[in-house]
Structure formats: structure tokens, C-alpha cells
Design a protein around this ligand. Sequence first.
Ligand code: AMP
Ligand code: ZN
Length: 479
Amino acid sequence: MALRFHNTLSRRVEDFLPLDPAGKSVGLYCCGPTVYDFAHIGNWRTFVFADLVRRTLEFSGYQVRHVMNITDVEDKIIKRVRATGVPLRQFTGQYEAAFLDDLQTLGCRLPHLTPRATEHIPEMLDLIGRLVERGIAYQAADGSVYFSIARYRGCGCKYGQLVNLNFDELRVGERVASDEYDKESVADFALWKARVPEDGDVFWPSPWGEGRPGWHIECSAMSMKALGASFDLHLGGEDLAFPHHEDEIAQSEGATGKPFVKYWLHGAHLMVEGKKMSKSLGNFFTLRDLLGKGFSGREIRYLLLSAHYRETFNFTLDGLAGARAALARMDECVGKLRERAAGVPPAVPTTSSGSAGGTHGSTFLTRFADALANDLNISAAWAAVFDWVRDTNKRLAENSLTPEGAGAALAAWETVDAVLGIGTKGGAEVPAEIQSLVEARTVAKQAKDFARADAIRGELKARGWLVEDTPKGPKLKPL
Ligand code: AMP
Ligand code: ZN
């Protein structure tokens, strides 16, 4: 079954057809964290959703290039840098490192690229320059450079692709210098913000004077540098659709004249008692808060993956206790399968939605794959998993499963878990960072960068894993 996703551009669920004429490579960009604090688990819902999209694409046989930026210069960061007196790089570095650690605790595959905004200022200036040249951007009296929505529309371009806008309410002549302005208003937005004393040491030179980039231009510059002027998928939480993503489209299409992104996917918010979990409302838990309460990364991942990505989801600690109970049921079943399969050579898990695990396993895989292909219908996917657990437990209790049958069932489970990323207690799990290194090595080999591929093999060895190339792809063995 072809993959289908809800595209915010068309407001419909559409068949997924990559831009690559060979239908193989897929470029995926997800707006990354603003590193001014620890991410809360509302943020994590969005990043785990991005990981699910990536894994589903890989499960379907696509070769994904996953890019997630690090927003390391922005209004909130500058305020905190000023308040703490810690230099920018040192301040953001601590939260970036924590973020990448937490990503692994939650079983997310590391993106192939995590570009930092502060390292892409020349690319941003180049984009702004092109917009100025085309007459779409202008420098105002305050020294800042603004994107003119009226001039952009005057060129025949459409502002309001992701949201329906009422241009009668356009506040003519009003400009928005802040990254955090009223999202209901439409106004020219800052591409380059002229230096002000409150910025302290945070500024760069530019053809328009010293200053710093606006938040929106950061993502246009980094995504197009990594994935080209047009790419397949762009993800983020629903609050980013407007203005952040709308402005990304305007800046990118305004500068290149090419369609920017084919599919826009937005995840709904994680709520607490009916309100969006957010720093400003103070109703948030970080991942570390929950680990401190004794919950594990896989329990939190399970909870975050339990609802459909387009449904708002209410977070409760009881929900986490429920996740623990559900995982215990799964662990018990997989543990029993391991006992039954002891001594049998391991069956090969498939890397795609092909069949594994005999008829029982292949029905399970087909149901699971079809559910995910249908705009990531995770409830139906979990239903397939839990029906399989029930059925497998029944077979084990009846003693009707041979050791080979148990081995095949384990292979089916591993195939499914390559998408869910839940793992099992006591299983020989491959840590997410090791998996990412294997993928980076495959990418290097495909690019004929054998020196890098060898260096990654060396790094894997140093971390205790041997990688072997087989006709079915790379295989890992613990050393
Ligand atoms: P930020 O670090 O604030 O730029 O946010 C990172 C990501 O988290 C963005 O994609 C936001 O849309 C997303 N996000 C923020 N709050 C929530 C929430 N309560 N539930 C789900 N996603 C959220
Ligand atoms: Zn972004």
C-alpha cells in the first residue's frame, strides 16, 4: 500500500510521491529545538512524531535524508544570555547537548544533519540579498531588513498557502521585528534585525549593517542548503504552520522562484488539562522531570506515540502508568518467545513491510504496514501489535508454537519495532546512536566517500559493534 500523509498545503490526505524521479530518496526537514532551556515533553511529542515519519518512510524502502536544525540564535535565547551573562555558544551548547542526549533516551534516530543557525549566517545573508534584489525585501529606517508581503503578492506569489488569510485585515505598513508576535496578524516580518544595545555581543556584520537573522530565515537557509531549493517533507508542531512555515515558504519561493516543499505535516499539541503544554504557561514536564519520577524513555516514547499525530493528546502521569502496563505485556510475550526460540538460529527480520514470521507474522506485518501507510494510523498499528501479542500468548499457552515458529515471530516483532523504536526489556537492542552511525556509513558509501565510511566503521568498533556488509544490507554484531 502506498504511503499517504495529510498535507497541510492541500488540507487533504494524499499519496506520497517523492520528488526523486527514481522514487527512492526523500528529503525530510523538521524544525528543531530553540536551545534556551530543556525541551518539554510537548516539544518531544513533535520530535518523536518526526522520528515516526522517518522510520515509516525507511520501513517503506525510502532512503531518507533527515535534517533538523538547532535554533541557537533567537529572541528568547538573547534574553537568557543577557540575564545569565554566559556567552551565546556556551549557553546554547549545554541545551543542545541535553537535547541530543534526550533524543536518544527517547529512542529517536539521530537526524543525518543537525545544522546550527549561527553557522549559516552567510547562507541567510545570501537569501536576504536575493530577496532585496528581487524587490521583495527592503531595508527600513530602523536598519532592519523586512520581507514585504504586498510586494511578494504583487509578483504573483501566494502568501497564505498553509492557512487561509483575510487580507482585508492586513495591517498595512506595520512591521514585526519580534520572533514572537501575535500570530493572528499578517505583517511584514524581519529577515535581518539591526543590532540594538540589548543584543549584547550577539551580532554579525552584513551588507545592511550589524545585526542578527530573524527566526524564519534561519530555517529557509538551512533546509535549502541541506536538501535543495525544493524538497519532499517539512514537519513541525501545529503552532509553527503560521507564521513560521508560511514565512519560510514566502522567503524561499520568493528567493528561488521554485516550489519549496511538497508535503507539509503538522503534529497536534500535547495538552495538560485542556491547555497546550508550554513554558510560558508553566504547565510542563521536561523529559528529565519524568525520568526523575522513575519513568523510562521507552515508556514516555510509548505514551507519546499512542495517539494519532493530528489529534491533541492530554498528558497525565496516569497515562504513563498505563504505558508501563502495556509495555510489560509486550515484554512478557517477547520474553517467552525468546525462551521458546532458544537455540534456533535467529530468523532475519525484514527491513521493509515484506513478510516475516510465517503466515501469522505476515498478516501482522501487513496489518501494521497498512495502518501506518494510512496517514500514520497509529491506533490501528497498536491494535495490530496487541492482537498479535494476544494471539502469540495463546499459541504459547497451547504449546502450538515450534521453536522455529517462535524465531519467526520474533523476527516479525523486530521488523515492527524498527518502526516503533520501543525495544524490549532485556533485548539485544541496538542503541539509536549506533543505528545512526550505520546509516551515516551507508550514506557515505553511496556517496563513494570511502574514507568517511571507514572512519565510521572504526568508530563503531570503538563503541563495541562490528558492521558486516551482506547482500541484504549492513548487519551489526556486538563485539
Ligand atoms: P521550540 O523549541 O519552541 O522551537 O519548539 C520545538 C517544537 O515543539 C516545535 O515544532 C513546536 O511546534 C513543538 N511544540 C511546542 N509546544 C508543543 C506542545 N505542547 N505539543 C506538541 N508540540 C509542541
Ligand atoms: Zn523552522
